[in-house]
Design a protein around this ligand. Sequence first.
Ligand code: ZN
Length: 239
Amino acid sequence: MFLESFRHLIEIEALKEQNLKNSLQIASENKRISDLEERRKKLLLQNENLKIDEKNLKLSESQNKIDDLQIRLNKLNSQLSLSVTEKEQIAFENQIKIIKEEIEKLENLYFENLEASETILNQIKENNEFVNGSVTTLEEIKKEVAANIIVEENHIKNRDVRINSLLELCHPGFKTYYNELDKKFRPKSLPVSYLIGKNCSACHMSVDSALKSSIDEGRSFESCPNCSRLLIPETAKIY
Ligand SMILES: [Zn+2]
């Protein structure tokens, strides 16, 4: 009574397995877009942070400080040349020495930061080049992906037509039962298993002889007592 239904179910499951491959292909096509979009977004965000880092180097502020000290140094130098007493002279010379040291320290820092700034600005430039350059690539990928997805979706659509017509050929009670299990198990797992010998192919639980012969002969359809998958007799594969 149910042998036909079992055979249809085997074909249905095979078609669904092929559909799954197409769905995975669609997902990986979409990932091509999202990966590139993600990378562009990441680089733009990185640029925002790099700009802040560059600003924090405070290059112009250091430059101004050095300029101010230079002015003070020049002034002290002229004061030194006008100094009359030795005491005055020593005092100016001490101040000059301190300022010179300060200038040297600031200049070292300035050049260190200048180098860091150049590295940052180069990175920003490189990131921008990628972001701008990938606009066309992204558009091309989107077109390609859209075309590939249509192909995959058509495969699925055609198989779904076949799946539905096979389901219509199944015994009504069988079909309802299978649909319920399908909702319960998929996509994490399969709603059916094979009865191989006396064992469920999914969980390996064994069934009693009466149940086995009833399933094998197609007199009834049953779930595995353990995992509750619909048991398909292995012999139904042969037809
Ligand atoms: Zn089982």
